[in-house]
Ligand binder design. Structure first.
Ligand SMILES: [Zn+2]
Length: 210
């Protein structure tokens, strides 16, 4: 596993599945790139962080497949408890070295907790594991555009990069209704990549609401 000297690597962090892919060798999640700031929203992907190299897109897709898997299986097993009907949203937090730090699945119904969104759970678990609230250098990968609460939590945790899949026009706060993460008035603005494997995530949600 690659890492910068002095950079903290969590013992036992899961090796990213693509770590041996030479095409992805030079990529580092959370690394600042000269992305053009701009308006986000469905159909406005051009304004998001730069389209990036093919390798980065591959990595994002690989990570999103993991998040989609988490959305379906949850952190604790293949099927959620019977009768629990949580909207399938999954999130995975990757460390600066690309290792998986934590996962979260939407557990609002399961736990009766209004804040138990996938992103918040992943952030909490990652912070717990690292023993600090600052998650700079980390990348949050989530299957649905974050809401205002989650976007706020992402910003407060100083997450460097956010990769999300489907747009959420009703509650999305990363370009749809609001753009909490890239508001020019705030000092910490993570890079955002949107629409990664969006058809897969949309299909998952459609199947749930059918
Ligand atoms: Zn949320």
């Amino acid at each position: 596993m690659r890492s910068e000297p002095g950079e903290s690597v969590t013992p036992g962090a899961v090796e990213p599945a693509d770590a041996t892919d030479p095409a992805l060798e030079t990529l580092r999640p959370g690394q600042p790139t000269p992305g053009r700031p701009g308006r986000a929203g469905p159909g406005a992907d051009e304004g998001l962080a730069d389209p990036g190299a093919v390798g980065r897109r591959q990595r994002h897709e690989l990570w999103m497949r993991r998040a989609l898997h988490v959305a379906v299986t949850g952190p604790d097993g293949p099927t959620p408890d019977e009768g629990v009907d949580d909207v399938p949203v999954g999130a995975v937090l990757y460390g600066p070295d690309g290792g998986e730090l934590a996962i979260g699945r939407n557990e609002r119904e399961l736990t009766g907790d209004p804040t138990a969104h996938a992103e918040v759970l992943a952030l909490r678990r990652a912070a717990q594991r690292l023993g600090r609230w600052r998650l700079d250098g980390c990348t949050l990968v989530v299957t649905l555009e974050p809401c205002t609460m989650c976007a706020g939590a992402i910003a407060l945790a100083r997450v460097s990069t956010v990769v999300f899949s489907a747009w959420e026009p009703k509650t999305g706060a990363v370009g749809s209704l609001w753009d909490v993460l890239r508001d020019r008035r705030v000092t910490h603005r993570p890079e955002v990549y949107a629409g990664v494997l969006a058809p897969e995530s949309a299909a998952l949600l459609r199947a749930f609401f059918r």
